[in-house]
Design a protein around this ligand. Structure first.
Ligand SMILES: Cc1cc2nc3c(=O)[nH]c(=O)nc-3n(C[C@H](O)[C@H](O)[C@H](O)COP(=O)(O)OP(=O)(O)OC[C@H]3O[C@@H](n4cnc5c(N)ncnc54)[C@H](O)[C@@H]3O)c2cc1C
Length: 485
């Protein structure tokens, strides 16, 4: 039997399936589209997602195809310098079209042995005490122990589960597409700069080979938003906002997106879970949806694998909802705030001006960018050291970089004392004795997603935390297994 069916082969589903496969699970991705899409939605990765790629050994291949941009100015497009002292080794945005991100994640998943079946649309599901039955559009039935809906904002899985998706519907719509223009680049840039003084949902950025990515507000909200706009509709709206349609022609693709903002009421219903856009949708301002989905997958993968592999402590799988639901709620809220600040109305414009002034305080600018990049995320692991619940930034050790030790997706005890032991958890947690000038605690226990589960130097205290995150030990409790690298 397949252990986990992942419905949807977008960035979230691909990342999740790879995480499951790292732990030896048979993960099957069902993707309804026969071919990968050519439509480019997301344009880049924020710091936390770059860290995620680094933690799985994918940094080099992402850096090779991406372009690094300053992260300053990402909050509501308010132009500001990048804050200094961001708590990350990657204080930049990595510009990569979503289609390329999906290609790289597909490569990674395939290398790990994930099975991806294209042209397979999930249309039905039911679950019992032992597993889930998925029904495909061709009436085939597949059985798995768990199923995760990573099937996007219009998620079939979410609908079949009857999970509420409360929030606001689309009230403003934007047209988007890639096309060629019939005017010189300087003329286009000058007009775009002028229009953007009052309308930030307008733009035309070069995408190479004479092709531009054009965005322009729609006239209203389309009745059927799955139907792409016509080129004529795009031209008409360009004329409304810019007084010219730039002679746009030869569109590669056209689409529309709205500002609907919604959050699934629960991320787990028995053996079926939701992740990525299937669990939350919001407008693209700030560029966070894809990043949020990848980070959901990174949080869920090892927990679901632990459950299937039989060592998950009680509550571990449920902690996926407890940890990730509030993170998405926060992203939705500050996206709502950013959308408000994009309005040309005098009230929001006055608030925008005030925000801009406040962001001149370095701490305010940093606070907002930490939200956008998700490096400010801290899960509630209880009282204690300020590092608890946060992910640890990459640091230099004597032998290598910290993130190089996380590629296998296992837990990690980073021990500067040399006196600690992972005891009976050596099959799930690596023990590395090394020192770093950048580490100001004697030892730290990292979960497979790099979040700090414990800091200290007391062995008994450590063992309590081991069982909390990694279940029951195997073998004699104090057997020592130090990995020397
Ligand atoms: C214009 C625009 C710009 C954006 N810019 C950014 C940005 O800069 N940064 C950012 O982080 N995010 C951005 N986003 C958001 C980002 O595109 C999404 O958040 C991201 O694609 C979500 O990934 P996902 O894998 O969860 O869902 P999706 O990418 O929607 O993937 C879902 C997959 O499931 C498949 N599927 C659907 N139903 C079924 C079914 N029943 N059975 C099998 N397969 C199914 C679909 O074909 C699809 O491949 C933008 C979005 C838009 C619209």
């Amino acid at each position: 039997m397949v252990e986990v069916i992942v419905a949807g082969g977008g960035p979230t589903g691909l990342m999740l399936a790879s995480e499951l496969r790292l732990h030896g699970l048979h993960a099957l991705v069902l993707e309804k589209e026969i071919e990968p899409t050519r439509h480019v939605r997301a344009l880049g990765l924020h710091a936390r997602s770059i860290e995620v790629m680094d933690q799985r050994g994918l940094l080099e291949r992402f850096l090779a195809v991406g372009q690094q941009y300053p992260v300053g100015g990402f909050f509501a497009g308010i132009a500001k310098p990048s804050p200094d002292r961001l708590d990350t080794a990657h204080p930049y945005v990595l510009g990569i079209p979503q289609t390329t991100t999906e290609r790289l994640l597909t490569e990674h998943a395939t290398e790990l042995g994930v099975e991806i079946r294209r042209g397979c649309e999930l249309v039905g599901l039911s679950q019992d005490d032992h597993g889930v039955t998925a029904e495909l559009a061709d009436r085939t039935r597949l059985r798995s122990r768990y199923l995760v809906g990573c099937d996007g904002g219009r998620s079939t899985v979410r609908r079949l589960l009857g999970v509420g998706f409360s929030g606001e519907p689309t009230r403003v719509e934007t047209l988007l597409g890639e096309m060629e223009v019939a005017v010189p680049p300087e003329t286009l840039a000058a007009v775009v700069a002028e229009v953007r003084k009052t309308e930030l949902r307008f733009g035309a950025v070069p995408f190479g080979e004479g092709v531009y990515r054009v965005v322009v507000p729609a006239e209203g909200v389309a009745e059927d938003r799955t139907v792409p706009p016509t080129l004529e509709e795009v031209k008409q709206q360009l004329r409304v906002f810019a007084g010219t349609d730039f002679g746009v022609h030869s569109p590669r693709w056209l689409s529309r997106f709205g500002d609907a903002t919604r959050l699934a009421e629960r991320y787990r219903s028995g053996r079926v879970l939701l992740a990525g856009d299937a669990a939350h949708i919001h407008p693209p301002t700030g560029g966070q949806g894809l990043n949020l989905g990848i980070q959901d997958a990174f949080n869920l993968g090892w927990k679901l694998a632990a459950e299937v592999n039989g060592w998950a402590p009680e509550g571990l799988l449920d902690s996926y909802h407890t940890e990730r639901h509030p993170v998405a709620a926060d992203v939705l809220d500050h996206t709502r705030a950013q959308m408000h600040l994009l309005s040309a109305e005098p009230g929001p414009q006055a608030v925008r001006q005030l925000m801009s002034e406040l962001m001149d305080f370095e701490d305010v600018n940093r606070y907002l960018i930490e939200k956008i990049t998700a490096i400010g995320v801290r899960y509630g692991f209880g009282d204690g050291h300020e590092a608890l619940g946060k992910r640890m930034r990459d640091i230099g050790l004597q032998r290598c970089r910290l993130y190089e030790l996380l590629h296998a997706g296992r837990g990690l005890l980073l021990d500067q004392t040399g006196r600690l032991s992972v005891a009976g958890w050596a099959d799930r947690v690596d023990h590395v004795v090394d020192v770093s000038e950048e580490l100001d605690v004697p030892a730290a226990l990292l979960r497979p997603d790099g979040h700090v589960a414990w800091v200290g130097e007391d062995q008994a205290d450590l063992l309590g935390q081991m069982s909390k995150w990694f279940g029951d030990p195997e073998g004699p409790p104090y057997a020592s297994t130090i990995i020397s690298r």
